[in-house]
Design a protein. Structure first.
Length: 66
């Protein structure tokens, strides 16, 4: 049996499971209103009734930094 070679699947080499969308085309964006600042924004998912939506700036403020 041949040697197992995983040099091309590491996190820095562009391997699989990196969330890369180049083969899928542009992401469909949906209009929404930010629950925090009330500005109109676009999000990469279809907003669901009853779940909060945040613009990029407000989301960045809420996201914990390590």
């Amino acid at each position: 049996m041949g040697r197992f070679d995983n040099r091309n699947s590491g996190p820095r080499t562009g391997g699989f499971n990196r969330g890369f969308r180049s083969n899928f085309g542009p992401r469909e964006m949906h209009k929404a209103v930010c629950d925090e600042c009330k500005k109109e924004c676009e999000v990469p998912f279809k907003p669901t009734e009853g779940k909060p939506v945040f613009c990029r700036d407000c989301y960045a403020k809420k996201k914990p930094r390590f």
